[in-house]
Design a protein around this ligand. Structure first.
Ligand code: SF4
Length: 232
């Protein structure tokens, strides 16, 4: 099978457990105002790649993965090419390689459910906890990732809940209380990551000639993030 990818990071350490071979898929159905990968949005902007070619490359790095590492599919949105992603995960499992999916959880159809059968862990980005903010700053309803999360819970797929902390938008007591409620309700969530919003992506927006809606937002300090973890 062939699919479109943006790039590969061969020895990633922040997208899932251990050392990981991270494949950034091309194409995204959302337009988050905080997005740090706007260069992945356009479905036609990527490099066409074949599963076998990718697996050949992946297994060259297997010795670095140890007991926790493996492959992570990120993006962009891997769910837009769910068949391609499924084949990559199936082949990875044949080689004993752990699979992890980094997603916004905004699509849940038959193809995505097939992909999830071959997924060892999901990194689910819950960007806000109100529907109003989801519609305004993401481009879909909060219901979509919530349905996705319920499905993960029913299937018992280990899930890392991730949220990018954007001062003045979601660094609030109310948001942490809502996030805590979501965590308590879904037993599949065994890890939560609060990630500071950063603006390293600004040159990407400038190169693409598009506005970065959160250009004036502040980056939270390490102390701010710690305070929110304590609150959670
Ligand atoms: S889902 Fe991810 S890649 Fe897509 S716009 Fe949002 S942050 Fe960017």
């Amino acid at each position: 099978m062939r699919g479109f990818i943006h790039s590969i990071q061969t020895l990633g350490t922040v997208d899932g457990p251990g050392v990981r071979f991270v494949v950034f898929f091309q194409g995204c159905n959302l337009r988050c105002s905080c997005c740090h990968n706007p260069d992945t949005w356009d479905m036609h902007g990527g490099k066409e790649t074949e599963t076998g070619e990718m697996i050949d490359k992946l297994i060259r790095y297997k010795s670095y993965f140890g007991k926790d590492g493996g492959i992570t599919l990120s993006g962009g949105e891997p769910l837009l090419q769910a068949d391609f992603a499924r084949e990559i995960f199936e082949e990875s499992h044949k080689h004993g390689i752990n699979t992890c999916l980094d997603t916004s959880g905004s699509i849940l159809d038959g193809k995505v459910k097939e992909l999830l059968k071959h997924t060892d862990r999901v990194l689910l980005d819950i960007k806000y906890t109100t529907d109003e903010m989801y519609r305004k700053y993401v481009g879909c309803s909060l219901e979509r990732p919530m349905e996705f999360l319920s499905y993960l819970d029913n299937c018992g797929i280990p899930t890392t809940l991730r949220q990018v902390i954007i001062p003045s938008l979601n660094d609030t007591v109310e948001n942490m209380a809502a996030l805590s409620g979501i965590i308590k309700k879904h037993h599949c969530i065994d890890k939560t990551e609060l990630l500071p919003f950063r603006k390293l992506c600004l040159p990407k927006y400038q190169n693409l000639g598009i506005e970065f809606p959160f250009e004036d937002m502040e980056t939270p300090s390490a102390d701010d993030i710690k305070r929110l973890y304590d609150m959670l």
